[in-house]
Design a protein around this ligand. Structure first.
Ligand SMILES: *Cc1c(COP(=O)(O)O)cnc(C)c1O
Length: 353
């Protein structure tokens, strides 16, 4: 195996500081879905907590439980996908805040609370246009009324109201925020006083202060991944955290083979489109095979030389978003595709520093 993903913990800590300073006084939740965007959830959350993060966004309950095991008590963990009743019981046992985006799930949460003999903390999700597990605006008044009733019976504690937005156009986001504002007003009329209202992810949390409310949920920017078509990581004050590297394993005349391919998570569509970082500057990626790929040679190239697929931006290395833009996707996609077969190599201070 000649491919590896280097993960720079000090860059992660620096990005987290940058995000927290930018959005303050709002809180910053670190989103760790998809194994912390491919970087490795447990080392990432330990570094995050050491850097002052107090909220972790886990996507599903199983990840939430793994995060709880890694960070211990006192950190708020938010999960918004619960697949079954046993998931809910696990969430209650691990003291996880649950995102609830439909009426049937709210009733199941109430059942879990009855079984646990104590209230469950919930964040009610309004669908502001993305149509991903949120309560539709026409059903929202009844939903918040029911949540208020369950709260008065000591079964739920409505600590949050939230939604997710596309962050693709300001107009669509503005329309979503109008829906969100209306939902907050209706929740207030139902007697709910949630402490954390949250709407923005990476892009809006930096670019649009009025979207920050009490908390933002940030993944990409904490990993130093800029938005496709958006401002550079450097101009945002962010550093790449992951660097995907592979060694030269064979030298032909004008062409080198490197030990990374589609099975390691490199999209085959990058062949002929992308340029990778080498000791001699960027070289064109010619083709992607199953376990090895071909790249233009440079003078003096030798077996064992290191090629950066995406990474730090030093030596003119491409970022994951640079590659993604060549094939019409986003930098996060390149990061999460890195196969579990590729070892993660951590550097940059201890997990507790
Ligand atoms: C992935 C995700 C985020 C984080 O998005 P980024 O753009 O990576 O910051 C926030 N909220 C939800 C619900 C998500 O699924």
């Amino acid at each position: 195996m000649s491919a590896r993903l280097h993960v720079d913990r000090s860059a992660l800590a620096s990005n987290i500081r940058r995000v927290r300073e930018t959005v303050a006084p709002a809180e910053a939740m670190l989103v760790v879905k998809d194994d912390a965007y491919g970087h490795g959830v447990e080392p990432v959350v330990r570094t995050a907590v050491a850097s002052g993060v107090t909220w972790i966004g886990a996507f599903d309950v199983r990840t939430g439980c793994a995060v709880r095991a890694a960070v211990g008590e006192g950190i708020r963990i938010f999960a918004w996908i619960a697949a079954s009743r046993s998931d809910l019981d696990d969430a209650v046992a691990a003291d996880i805040d649950l995102g609830v985006g439909d009426a049937a799930l709210l009733e199941e949460v109430a059942d879990a609370a009855r079984a646990a003999r104590g209230p469950v903390r919930v964040h009610l999700k309004i669908d502001t246009g993305l149509h991903r597990n949120g309560v539709r605006p026409e059903e929202w008044p009844a939903f918040v009324a029911r949540a208020a009733a369950l709260q008065s019976h000591g079964l739920t504690e409505v600590v949050g109201i939230w939604s997710h937005i596309a962050e693709a156009s300001d107009e669509d986001d503005d329309a979503a925020r109008d829906v969100f504002e209306h939902a907050l007003a209706q929740a207030s009329s139902a007697g709910l006083r949630p402490a954390v209202r949250h709407l923005a992810a990476s892009a809006a949390s930096f670019a649009r202060p009025e979207f920050r409310y009490d908390m933002v949920r940030v993944g990409a920017f904490c990993y130093g991944i800029r938005s496709a078509g958006g401002p550079s990581a450097q101009s945002l004050g962010l550093m790449p955290v992951g660097r995907l590297a592979a060694d030269v394993i064979e030298v032909h005349d004008d062409v080198l083979e490197i030990g990374i391919g589609a099975l390691h998570g490199l999209p085959s569509s990058l062949g002929g489109r992308a340029a990778l970082g080498t000791p001699a500057g960027r070289r064109r990626l010619l083709g992607v095979g199953a376990t090895r790929s071909t790249i233009e040679a440079w003078p003096g190239a030798a077996v064992g030389d290191e090629v950066t697929v995406f990474g730090t931006g030093e030596h003119d290395d491409p970022s994951s978003t640079d590659l993604a833009e060549e094939i019409g996707t986003i930098g996060e996609e390149l990061a999460v595709r890195v196969s579990p077969l590729v070892p993660r190599v951590f550097a940059g201070g201890t997990e507790d520093a």
